[in-house]
Design a protein. Structure first.
Length: 140
């Protein structure tokens, strides 16, 4: 991974073979980013996205392999229990240009991945909501 910083914004390139979520989590820890937004594009050879079923409060995941475009990835950065917490969704397309989208669980870069992180001052935490079944922004 390589990056350049411009004020409170970071332009990042994640290299072939790197896993996007783990790389971004480590980057946010290193740069002390506890609140922010992220948007990116790129390509992956292996990828897993998930779908939350509200009625059962369960996640269902699906893995994809092959030449996959990520266009776009978008999400936010917060913390839970003092650790970086990424909430990222992605739209992907396969070689036939069929499109899928969902919560991005993991993705291995096949060519390149480019993103921009905007760091916010302060910190946003997360708190589990038993009613919803998800870790929600703690804005109180």
């Amino acid at each position: 991974m390589k990056f350049k910083k411009f004020g409170q914004k970071y332009v990042i390139r994640i290299e072939k073979g790197e896993e996007i979520i783990a790389t971004l989590e480590k980057f946010c820890q290193k740069e002390n980013i506890k609140a922010g937004s992220i948007i990116g594009i790129g390509a992956a050879g292996e990828l897993e996205i998930g779908h939350f079923e509200a009625a059962t409060k369960e996640y269902h995941s699906k893995k994809f392999e092959g030449d996959l475009e990520i266009a776009p990835l978008a999400g936010n950065i917060s913390t839970k229990d003092g650790e970086v917490y990424l909430h990222i969704h992605a739209n992907i397309s396969d070689a036939e240009l069929k499109s899928y989208s969902g919560h991005l669980n993991s993705a291995i870069v096949s060519a390149t991945f480019e993103c921009i992180i905007k760091k916010f001052e302060g910190q946003i935490g997360r708190k589990f909501s038993p009613e919803i079944g998800l870790n929600l922004f703690d804005l109180e």
